[in-house]
Design a protein around this ligand. Structure first.
Ligand SMILES: Cc1cc2nc3c(=O)[nH]c(=O)nc-3n(C[C@H](O)[C@H](O)[C@H](O)COP(=O)(O)OP(=O)(O)OC[C@H]3O[C@@H](n4cnc5c(N)ncnc54)[C@H](O)[C@@H]3O)c2cc1C
Length: 439
């Protein structure tokens, strides 16, 4: 980064360090930092962008979201500074350069986010500056606020849900109409280029809020009835926006206050965050270790990844994932169940593939949902079994979903589309495989 600095005399300058909170509305971090002059900044961190778990879809969504944030800040008299490098180097360097006394950031739950927070705090403090960390920016209720006696987190969802419903919430934070850029300060950061694989979702707060408001107006009323109906495609598709904080979970909860079914999903999200905050190792380790041995079978794994297991309800989901980078919750459950329970493969393999493909890929919600299905997570019935065919007929009765994503099955009746191995003389239609596992 190159810069020239002409700071106003005696002006208190703060830094608003954006991470996974890319919005102006209901943002406690920005609200606190923008009390006076503020430098909004985002650090493109190569440790995240090139990590094993990186994804070009998510990177594109991120860049679109940053571009949107920059436009919104400019409309209010400010702008977003984009830096590249290790935050513990870049943030203290920027603070020294602009003479900022405080840096504000939102608290996050992953092990890396917490280490990063510590590193930046130490570097700032050694230079006489302070880091302020804000809670309840990513979730409705911050991790740890609701906890059973004698433990730092809930391991049973229904108990958490009851306490979550009754817990007090922070007030929604108003959006600044003007955001004061330090007088005379000239800073040049990296230019923002939007690249990476094109996604089905346009990134950013503007698109996220528009989607939320439209969906609530048109579809919230039928959410409880249709949320598991695969053919209806009736859920909000807000998850990518929630992941990067383009839409505030707390604000969204206010908007859907009358729909308990939707609030329950937001509660699942908080539930997983409080588990991850307490046990960051669950990214790799079983939350509840089991004695089960996972099989190794590269061919089966590849068939699952590419949507060619011969199990239509599974393949449809996996094909949607590869085209859109997104799947509805029911399809994720079915695909995960097939991998861990029918094929007997390790949940970590499935979670890694989902994470590489999902535009909403979220560490806590991905691995902890996977662990729930695998029986190593928070499910109180870890040996729960379900029939794939029953799932198919119940959640896709007209086989609309299956026939939408698997063209080979489009000509079949709903009954045969779900069991194509019965179609022509006891085998699947040409071009579609027979099941790789017996149901
Ligand atoms: C194996 C598996 C992996 C998953 N991986 C992810 C992931 O990486 N990122 C992710 O955001 N969600 C994940 N989920 C949860 C869920 O499937 C998605 O959040 C949901 O399908 C997103 O669609 P939507 O926004 O239309 O949801 P809606 O039904 O409209 O729900 C609204 C919001 O509630 C939250 N939500 C809904 N269901 C869940 C849930 N089961 N757990 C946590 N939060 C939930 C999401 O933020 C979602 O946007 C996973 C689920 C499974 C079974």
């Amino acid at each position: 980064m190159t810069s020239t600095e002409v700071s106003g005399i005696g002006e208190t300058i703060r830094i608003a360090w954006f991470t996974r909170d890319l919005r102006l509305h209901d943002n406690p971090m920005l609200h606190a930092a923008a009390r006076g002059s503020v430098v909004p900044v985002f650090v493109l961190d190569p440790r995240i962008l090139t990590a094993r778990r990186a994804s070009s879809r998510r990177e594109r969504f991120l860049r679109e979201s940053l571009a949107d944030l920059d436009r919104s800040l400019r409309a209010r008299g400010s702008r977003l500074v984009l830096l590249r490098g290790a935050p513990e180097v870049e943030i203290p360097r920027l603070a020294a350069q602009v003479g900022a006394c405080e840096v504000h950031v939102s608290r996050d739950v992953s092990r890396y986010a917490r280490d990063r927070e510590d590193w930046v705090r130490r570097a700032l403090e050694s230079d006489g500056r302070r880091l302020f960390v804000h809670e309840a920016v990513h979730s409705v209720i911050p991790p740890g606020v609701v906890a059973p006696s004698g433990s730092d987190h809930y391991a049973v969802f229904t108990a958490y849900w009851r306490r979550w419903c009754d817990a007090s919430r922070r007030a929604i934070v108003p959006t600044h109409r003007r955001i004061r850029w330090p007088q005379g300060l000239v800073l040049r950061g990296e230019e923002l280029a939007v690249s990476g694989a094109r996604a089905t979702f346009a990134g950013g707060e503007t698109a996220g809020l528009a989607r939320a408001r439209r969906w609530i107006r048109e579809s919230l009323a039928r959410y409880a009835e249709l949320r598991d109906d695969l053919g209806a495609d009736a859920t909000s598709r807000l998850s990518p926006y929630m992941h990067l904080g383009c839409v505030s979970a707390r604000y969204l909860e206010e908007l859907v206050a009358d729909c308990d079914e939707f609030r329950r999903q937001l509660c699942w999200r908080d539930f997983h965050y409080q588990m991850m905050a307490a046990r960051p190792g669950v990214v790799e380790d079983d939350y509840r270790p089991v004695t089960r041995r996972w099989r190794r079978d590269e061919q089966a794994l590849e068939a699952w990844r590419t949507g060619r297991t011969g199990l239509p309800i599974v393949d449809a989901g996996m094909r949607q994932l590869s085209v859109e980078g997104w799947m509805p919750n029911r399809a994720r459950l079915v695909a995960a169940y097939a991998l861990c329970r029918l094929l007997g493969l390790d949940w970590r393999l499935g979670a890694a593939h989902f994470f590489a493909e999902l535009v909403d890929g979220d560490l806590a919600n991905n691995v902890l949902n996977w662990q729930w299905v695998a029986g190593t997570g928070a499910d109180r019935r870890p040996n729960r079994r379900f029939s794939l065919l029953r799932q198919a007929f119940r959640y896709d009765p007209q086989a609309r979903y299956v026939r939408r994503w698997i063209p080979e099955l489009t000509p079949l009746s709903p009954v045969l589309a779900h069991q194509p191995w019965r179609a022509s003389g006891g085998t699947a239609p040409r071009g579609y495989p027979n099941p790789i596992v017996r149901l």
